[in-house]
Design a protein around this ligand. Structure first.
Ligand SMILES: [Zn+2]
Length: 281
């Protein structure tokens, strides 16, 4: 099986605010390897091979005021993934509160090779539906992504980084996005964990183009979080969120997921075929 980890963070760590980097690296024993990976795709490819991961989606987004990441993340991730375009899928982003020409920045990211966009409400301090209340740049991002057929991943659930606004991680606000942009492919990152799994599950069942990933849910607890996961297997992407705090190893997460004993066809969809459909090589 060719597993896709649809949610890992390979990011320009040198842009991070010191207090954020501290949370990112606290208690880890692999910081030297991670520092090398952030600068070198060859190091990442070796790590993916060792962990049994064929392909990975590299999640990036600008968050200059909270995290430190600037709009240069799009150049960074597009360039990084050029080392192995069949295995590394670049996800970038445009910040609706900082972009001067949001639609233009989406186009520019796509021209660079970015293949999907991330909106991170808790790290951008925006509601997913803030275009209903005057944030026109956010409407422009969704519209342009829909026109260019770029999938949009929206963080749902809490975040523990300094300054993160977890309230904006409530999935139900994405209901408006799914209604207003019916042809946009949406992915609810983390399925609303740990507070709002039922909202995420509802949206995934309600809208044909709304998916979710299971990243950052400890795989051994996954069926406690989502007892009916197999029912929505067509709409679920496997992901680890590595190397976020608490996520030690892509390989260990994958083994724990495979040990859950989900039906074989559900496993194949979640680990392999859904990601191939949304992120074709
Ligand atoms: Zn993440």
């Amino acid at each position: 099986m060719q597993v896709t980890d649809a949610h890992i963070h390979v990011q320009p760590w040198w842009e991070l605010k010191p207090e954020v980097l501290e949370v990112m690296t606290r208690g880890r024993e692999d910081v030297a390897e991670l520092q090398a990976i952030m600068k070198s795709p060859q190091h990442l490819l070796r790590r993916l091979d060792a962990d049994g991961i064929a392909r990975a989606v590299l999640v990036n987004y600008p968050s200059p005021d909270l995290m430190g990441f600037t709009h240069r993340v799009n150049e960074y991730v597009a360039e990084y993934c050029r080392a192995a375009p069949d295995r590394l899928i670049p996800m970038g982003g445009v910040h609706p509160r900082f972009a001067e020409d949001a639609a233009g920045e989406v186009r520019r990211a796509a021209e660079l090779g970015v293949r999907a966009l991330k909106i991170h409400p808790p790290h951008m301090a925006v509601e997913p539906n803030a275009y209903l209340h005057g944030l026109e740049a956010l409407r422009a991002i969704y519209e342009e992504a829909q026109r260019l057929a770029l999938p949009v991943m929206i963080h749902t659930g809490t975040s523990i980084f300094p300054g993160a606004r977890s309230r904006t991680g409530e999935p139900i606000a994405v209901d408006d996005v799914a209604v207003d942009f019916p042809d946009l492919t949406l992915i609810l990152a983390h399925g609303g964990r740990p507070l709002w799994m039922e909202q995420a599950f509802f949206l995934v069942r309600r809208f044909p183009r709304v998916h979710m990933d299971i990243s950052s849910v400890p795989p051994r607890s996954l069926l406690r979080f989502f007892p009916r996961l197999a029912e929505v297997a067509d709409k679920v992407l496997y992901g680890s969120d590595w190397p976020a705090p608490g996520v030690r190893s892509m390989g260990a997460n994958l083994r724990d997921f495979q040990a859950l004993g989900l039906p074989a066809d559900a496993q194949t969809k979640i680990l392999e075929t859904n990601a191939r459909r949304i992120f074709p090589s």
